[in-house]
Design a protein around this ligand. Structure first.
Ligand SMILES: Nc1nc2c(c(=O)[nH]1)N[C@H]1C(S)=C(S)[C@@H](COP(=O)(O)OP(=O)(O)OC[C@H]3O[C@@H](n4cnc5c(N)ncnc54)[C@H](O)[C@@H]3O)O[C@H]1N2
Ligand code: MOO
Length: 457
């Protein structure tokens, strides 16, 4: 049996980033850029006002002035501001020639019109040269590299691309992923009532959703019966559809109907078939060299059938591979330090990936054992963040309860996998452990089944 870091290394060694493709701006979200993006012009392209007020010559100082014109965002009088005159200006509008400062409207007073209905204003506060003006290129200079190859396009990046007029982009292609469930007992989720011995297929929908969330195009291969012929037919279907990755679930353990490993051994190279991890021990990884398709390689992940094992293996091993194919430079899950809110019994044989919901705060979330009896050391940890006027805050790991690998509710609302080392005994509430992020940290509710974890789970 190999360790999970070894398994991750093997998978990534066999994973190559896909080629670049062109997408429009609307299709860029979540993709990795395969090119640098430069600014074709400066922003602002003209000296722009930061405030609604009056464009002035700073040296003129306080006093009463004629308003000789106006500059509104999107429009501009060509009238220059000369000594002893001002122009009305709105936020974002071009500063007229001659003016070198803007006085906000709050520091002025409208006066009755002068001769010939000439508008007039009192400037109540002298300006410094450059005041409330964004010089040309102060946000982005023409020719600047605003985004670079390898950047992940998020919401802000979409805005940046739009700003510089980059409406067609080169991004890494995302993998095409096929998902196959296996097992004679596994029936479609729509099946009601269940027949004798049947269970609904949770893994296929879950893994298709996981692939979609990773930005992949996916192919639903349905459920394969536990026969060599049917399984082989499904594998051939995946190959024929040109997928980059096949994810199967079930049929990788030690039973006489666990046919995935022998099938992959016949068709390609199995790189590992057992990993020291809980859950997920029978996790299998193979590559198939497809001579009939120009020698291209297909990755196959044989995930264990237990739904939680599939869920955990997907995040730890499949997701980094999908990300690397899609151009991610650092495809692994990110870690944070988190403090246990309950005792955890350790597993002496396998390191465990304990599902939890992370909660940020200065003290343990209510209804956790740690909240009931916080140890004296709990607030003085290296994991705690503090700042002026800010109580020490940290991530609190609230277990999702019973961690048996058949209980998918143990993944409900989970946003992290705690990396619990392999050892005997109990890890005490209040200890700090590393947590791998599997979802964003925004507002996950603590599941009702979460909270206390009693030794034995
Ligand atoms: N003699 C041994 N038996 C087992 C071992 C072992 O080391 N020696 N390992 C155990 C571990 S750990 C796991 S995990 C499971 C994995 O088994 P398989 O990958 O072969 O999966 P199945 O036997 O097909 O199914 C296991 C379990 O999951 C249910 N299942 C399967 N597919 C789905 C699905 N699509 N949706 C929902 N549930 C599914 C299935 O009915 C079984 O209950 O092996 C242990 N055995
Ligand atoms: O490794 Mo299995 O996934 O514990 O049930």
């Amino acid at each position: 049996m190999i360790s999970i870091p070894e398994a991750q290394d093997i998978v990534l060694e066999h994973t190559r980033p896909l080629g670049a493709v062109s997408v429009g701006l609307a299709g860029a979200l979540g993709r990795v850029l395969a090119e640098e993006v430069h600014a074709p012009d400066s922003l602002p392209p003209f000296p722009a006002s930061i405030k609604d007020g009056y464009a002035v010559i700073a040296g003129d100082g306080e006093g009463e002035y004629p308003v000789i014109g106006e500059s509104r965002a999107g429009h501009m009088d060509e009238l220059p501001v000369t000594l002893g005159t001002v122009a009305y200006i709105t936020t974002g509008a071009p500063v007229p020639p001659g003016a070198d400062a803007v006085i906000q409207v709050e520091d002025t007073q409208a006066l009755p019109p002068g001769e010939g209905e000439q508008k007039r204003v009192r400037i109540c506060k002298a300006a410094k040269p450059g005041q409330d003006i964004r010089p040309v290129g102060s946000d982005i200079m023409q020719g600047d590299t605003v985004l670079t190859k390898g950047d992940l396009v998020g919401v802000a990046e979409v805005g940046i691309l739009a700003t510089v007029g980059a409406t067609q982009l080169r991004v890494f292609a995302t993998p095409k992923v096929a998902v196959l469930s296996t097992g004679d007992e596994v029936v479609d989720p729509s099946t009601r009532p269940l027949g004798p011995g049947q269970i609904r297929d949770a893994n296929r929908s879950m893994l298709l959703a996981a692939a979609a969330k990773a930005g992949c195009e996916s192919v639903d291969l349905g459920v394969a019966r536990d026969t060599e012929g049917h399984l082989e037919g499904c594998l051939q279907a995946a190959i024929a559809q040109g997928v980059d990755v096949l994810i199967t679930s079930g049929g990788v353990s030690m039973g006489d109907r666990d046919l995935i490993k022998p099938l992959l051994q016949r068709q390609g190279t199995v790189h590992f078939g057992r990993v020291r991890m809980k859950p997920g021990k029978p996790l299998t990884f193979a590559t198939l060299d497809l001579q009939e398709q120009g020698g291209r390689q297909m990755l196959v992940f044989g995930l264990p059938g237990n739904p939680v094992s599939s869920f955990v293996c997907f995040h730890l091993v499949v997701l980094p591979a999908l990300r690397k194919m899609a151009g991610w430079a650092v495809p692994g899950l990110r870690r944070v330090a988190a403090r246990l809110t309950a005792d955890l019994r350790l597993d002496p044989e396998r390191p465990e990936y304990h599902r939890c919901t992370l909660q940020w705060g200065p003290e343990p979330p209510p209804n956790t054992p740690l909240a009931a009896s916080p140890p004296a050391s709990a607030s003085a940890s290296s994991a705690a963040a503090s700042g002026p006027g800010l109580a020490a805050c940290e991530w609190w790991a609230v277990s999702t309860g019973n961690q048996i690998s058949s209980r998918l509710l143990s993944a409900r609302s989970a946003n992290a996998l705690l990396e619990i080392p392999c050892a005997s005994g109990v890890l005490k509430a209040g200890e700090v452990v590393s947590a791998l992020l599997i979802d964003d940290l925004g507002g996950m509710p603590v599941p009702p089944g979460g909270g206390p974890v009693t030794p034995g789970f």
